[in-house]
Design a protein. Structure first.
Length: 743
């Protein structure tokens, strides 16, 4: 038999073969839906297809369709309407009810929903009250519904259509007709190529100014994804010309209009997106203002402060050398102070002394860090409350126009009520977050920045810490002597050697740092699973869930994607009663370890206490936050993640693209975090990526155990490759310009 219908959800999919089981929803079936089994290669949830197979009765699972083949069908207008009803956009209507509604009312469906929703009560499963509620929702979502149906003809998914509608409302139709390249500029997830396809359907010429300007903005945006804040003008011109198959002269002609529109800024042949340039310029100006208030040092005053620091160390039983004491004194003399050093060099002790000193002087001291894990470590180490930068600034959602731009309660008009602000892990802070933080720093407040300059730079654009250090404009102390070597064993000692470009002894039987020579990815994967499930838990008494796999890459046999699929299958396999949801090729299962991979300033969270009573709530979940899936609702098509700081967030299905499995994460994403045990699979990879900074960052994530599996030759090359890709930024130049300006 041949039946047309939709793939609702997968209940099983073998990653090593094409076999799978999915729920097939069709109005041609008496039951409305049945399980379908067979080869599912190329299928995804929401696909409309024609299935060829036979209906059989399984002795355990009952009626199902044994599929011999399938054919994916293109959507037409009526099917787009049915897809909308089945999408979950209207709460209470799932795929089965959608089919019942559509089967009864056919082409009259939307008129009934709009004008006579009470008639829905004629359908089994819909009460009069539910019908009225559906009518209210439809009225509220009429414009969104029409937009989703319109956008479906361009192959745009429902979740992406919702983002487009939220940004443009009914103006989206004009934008699609006149300048679809604005989508690539404004909407995360829509690239230039997608906009180009839409423009082609709309008949827009290849050399249209809107297309060229869109291409320039897109290239600058891609450049920022690589961590840069600017791009060489000639390189930008060439890149854009190749992307759009145009001449460089045609690209050049669009620079001036973009400058006039205040979309880009050009300085010394470097091109910036205007918002990025303004962020760097503002940060430089604010730092100068903070610095100028504390410009003059009184020698007699310094002597008094030094004596107070000595007394403080004795009273608080703080063991510090002269460099650390000098750092505390220096922090009291300047508006902006920078403290750097690797693990075990006493940064935490020094910061603790600073806090105690300012506290005794009656100063209000705030502590913060870029991530929840880093803030928690800071709080545990110092004994003082520490917050993430976002929570310190009282993030309250996005600005409504752009979901990527946060609204902070603390800003220039409502600054923080602090005398001293100490920021840890500054290497992780990108230029936009740094600008937002500085905006909330009140006049006369001291700013103390702490970090490890040898670590990788921020995930977002900019290289804030290194730019600050390179200018030499700020008082800076580097701690180099290692104090935690005895406590940290081989990890701290080897990390310091790697930082200095010296090869450690790659021991197979060390105290807490082990090298396991392996040559093939298959062997590495086998041993990695064994280490996580048995050997590390047995030797170090560290639970499997606290062991983190770190890898340089996303793709490849030892990349994040492949390792997460393997580790999910080994550590959290499917089981009866263990609900799961699928998004693309990734399955999210009850108990999975996951990571948020973008900032979502609008996501609502709450913290529950005894008896699941909410004791705190707020908005905002951020790139790099990790947690565990604590519940999966197949009825609501949603899941709940409890993050490391006990915040719980509910994810509806269209939000799942913000999550990824986190049994393995990239080394870059691990910054600011520490784990009891770390496993590093390192065979080979791009020379640009496999460098000293990457290895150093990875090794310093582990506190009790670091296991390296791979090739000795690869490790030696990484130690001796100071090949960190230099980021192009304008922050250093803005600092020099601002500080050179006597006004």
């Amino acid at each position: 038999m041949k039946i047309k219908g939709y793939v609702d959800s997968f209940s099983y999919r073998n990653p090593d073969s094409s076999f799978g089981i999915f729920t097939f929803v069709s109005e041609e079936l008496e039951e409305g839906e049945l399980k379908c089994v067979g080869s599912v290669y190329g299928l995804d949830e929401g696909d409309y297809l024609e299935v060829d197979g036979i209906k059989v009765v399984h002795p355990t699972y009952g009626p199902q369709i044994k599929m011999s083949s399938f054919r994916i069908l293109p959507p037409d207008e009526s099917r787009s309407a049915l897809k909308y009803l089945s999408s979950g956009a209207i709460k209470g209507i799932g795929p089965v009810l959608a089919l019942r509604i559509f089967h009864k009312f056919k082409d009259d469906t939307f008129r009934i929903l709009d004008e006579e929703p009470e008639m829905l009560a004629q359908i089994s499963g819909i009460s009069e009250r539910m019908a009225r509620n559906i009518g209210v929702q439809v009225a509220e979502k009429r414009d969104l519904r029409e937009a989703m149906i319109y956008l479906a003809q361009f192959g745009i998914s429902n979740s992406m259509a919702a983002k487009i509608y939220k940004r443009y409302k009914t103006d989206l139709y004009r934008i699609f007709r006149e300048n679809p390249y604005k989508l690539a500029e404004d909407i995360r997830g829509i690239g230039f190529k997608t906009a180009d396809e839409i423009a082609d359907k709309a008949g827009i010429a290849k050399n249209a100014p809107g297309r060229i300007r869109g291409g320039i903005i897109y290239c600058l945006g891609q450049n920022e994804l690589n961590g840069n804040t600017c791009m060489d003008k000639s390189e930008l011109r060439t890149t854009c010309a190749e992307l759009m198959n145009l001449s460089e002269e045609e690209v050049e002609n669009c620079f001036i209009p973009l400058i006039m529109e205040q979309k880009i800024v050009i300085r010394s042949d470097m091109v910036f997106l205007a918002a990025t340039y303004r962020a760097e310029l503002y940060a430089a100006s604010k730092l100068k203002g903070l610095q100028e208030i504390f410009e003059h040092t009184d020698v007699r005053s310094r002597s008094k402060v030094s004596k107070k620091v000595e007394d403080l160390c004795e009273k608080e039983n703080l063991s510090m050398d002269e460099v650390q004491k000098d750092a505390v004194v220096a922090a009291t003399e300047t508006g902006v102070f920078i403290l750097t050093g690797g693990p075990g060099t006493g940064k935490t002790t020094t910061i603790k002394a600073m806090i105690r000193y300012f506290d005794e002087q009656g100063k209000e001291v705030f502590l913060c860090a870029p991530t929840g894990r880093a803030a928690k470590r800071m709080e545990e180490a110092t004994g003082y409350e520490a917050k993430t930068i976002h929570r310190l600034l009282e993030v309250s959602g996005s600005d409504g126009e752009d979901e990527e731009v946060a609204v902070f309660g603390r800003c220039e008009n409502n600054p923080l009520e602090a005398d001293v602000i100490i920021v840890d892990e500054v290497s992780m802070v990108d230029v936009f977050l740094f600008k937002a933080l500085l905006a909330a720093v009140p006049e006369g407040c001291r700013l103390i920045l702490s970090g490890d300059a040898a670590q990788l730079p921020s995930v977002g654009p900019g290289n804030v810490l290194k730019d600050l250090l390179r200018t030499g404009l700020f008082t800076h102390v580097t701690l180099e002597k290692i104090y935690r070597q005895a406590q940290g064993g081989d990890i701290v000692a080897n990390a310091d050697l790697i930082r200095r470009g010296i090869s450690p002894e790659w021991q197979t039987d060390g105290e807490d740092f082990f090298f396991v020579p392996r040559e093939r990815a298959e062997t590495v994967c086998r041993d990695l699973v064994l280490l996580m499930k048995e050997r590390i838990p047995a030797k170090f008494k560290i639970p499997t869930r606290q062991i983190q796999v770190l890898t340089p890459m996303k793709a490849g046999n030892l990349g994040v994607q492949a390792l997460n699929a393997l580790l999910q299958q080994e550590l959290n396999p499917p089981a009866p009663g263990k609900n799961e949801m699928k998004r693309g090729d990734v399955t999210f299962r009850l108990g999975d370890k996951v990571m948020q991979i973008k900032n979502n300033y609008d996501a609502k969270w709450n913290i529950c206490g005894i008896n699941e009573i909410s004791i705190a709530d707020g908005e905002g979940i951020f790139n790099g936050d990790t947690g565990i899936i604590t519940s999966v609702s197949l009825f609501d098509k949603s899941l709940v993640v409890r993050f490391d700081d006990d915040r719980e967030v509910e994810y509806e299905k269209d939000m799942l693209d913000e999550l990824e499995l986190a049994y393995a994460v990239t080394i870059h994403k691990s910054q600011g975090s520490e784990y009891p045990a770390v496993i590093l699979p390192l065979l080979d990879g791009p020379r640009m990526l496999f460098n000293r900074n990457l290895l150093y960052t990875a090794v310093t994530r582990g506190t009790k155990c670091v296991m390296v599996l791979g090739l000795l030759d690869t490790l030696e090359k990484m130690v001796h490759t100071d090949g960190e890709q230099r980021r192009l930024t304008g922050f250093g130049e803005r600092l020099k310009e601002v500080f050179a300006d006597g006004g």
